[in-house]
Design a protein around this ligand. Structure first.
Ligand SMILES: C[S@@+](CC[C@H](N)C(=O)[O-])C[C@H]1O[C@@H](n2cnc3c(N)ncnc32)[C@H](O)[C@@H]1O
Length: 222
């Protein structure tokens, strides 16, 4: 509206940033110093926590679909749904899914995780890798997840955060600045405290790696 000061929409900005990143995201992720070498191992460690999940397994902020195929392999009796706000990331994920042997069990959609197009208690298990620290309203995602997830449903989160001990405490501010520069990723967000504050989730397991800066959290909905 004329005369009104316009504030940039952060969510649209994030979608645009990842639209731009989409063409090189997989190459960067595989080759980035530190990340490339260990990243694949952490992803496998995280997806193993979904083992045995049946029904519908949701990948929130699926990006280029790096986890979708692994999820479909780990959960042979499940349908895997990947959602992301970046249309271009979703397009790449969709192409990968179509070319895979799991094509009949993978669905990919453009969707905002703060307001998902799923019925209450319709999702059996959920997963998110590096999404909570890249989203504008991570606390809203936790609330929305508590709505769509079935009771007893498992949530697996792979992400970065403030190290709790060790030498990474010194490198943390630098790595945080780099992550923000590239993907608006705010590794200072304490994802564990967001889940702990929601009475609907109970922590089942916590795995720390990379000098305690990386973590896998497993929650169950009560
Ligand atoms: C760092 S990337 C991680 C992508 C993927 N999970 C992976 O492990 O490679 C973060 C992703 O979260 C998506 N994202 C951020 N906020 C979101 C939201 N509110 N709803 C859905 N996706 C979101 C971004 O578009 C981006 O693709």
């Amino acid at each position: 509206m004329k005369g009104m000061r316009e504030f940039p929409d952060r969510k649209a900005k994030i979608a645009k940033r990842y639209d731009k990143w989409s063409t090189i995201y997989d190459k960067f992720d595989a080759k980035a110093p530190l990340l490339g070498r260990y990243g694949a191992k952490w992803r496998i460690m995280a997806v193993r926590e979904l083992k045995g999940c049946k029904g519908t397994v949701l990948d929130m902020g699926c990006g280029t679909g790096k986890m979708l195929l692994l999820m479909a392999k780990e959960c042979p009796s499940a349908t895997v749904i990947g959602v992301d706000i970046s249309e271009k990331m979703v397009n790449i994920a969709s192409e990968k899914a179509k070319k895979s042997e799991y094509r009949d069990r993978i669905i990919v959609k453009v969707m905002d995780c703060t307001s998902m197009d799923f019925d209450d208690e319709s999702i059996d298990c959920a997963f998110a890798s590096y999404t909570f620290t890249s989203a504008t309203d991570p606390e809203k995602i936790v609330v929305e997840l508590s709505r769509v997830l079935k009771r007893g449903g498992r949530v697996v989160i792979l992400d970065w955060g403030r190290p709790i001990c060790g030498p990474m405490i010194i490198l943390y501010p630098l790595l945080g600045a780099i992550a923000y520069l590239f993907g608006y990723t705010r590794i200072s967000i304490n994802v564990k405290s967001l889940f702990d504050a929601c009475e609907k989730f109970r922590l089942v397991k916590e795995i720390r790696f990379f000098g305690s800066m990386g973590y896998i959290l497993v929650y169950s909905k009560v």
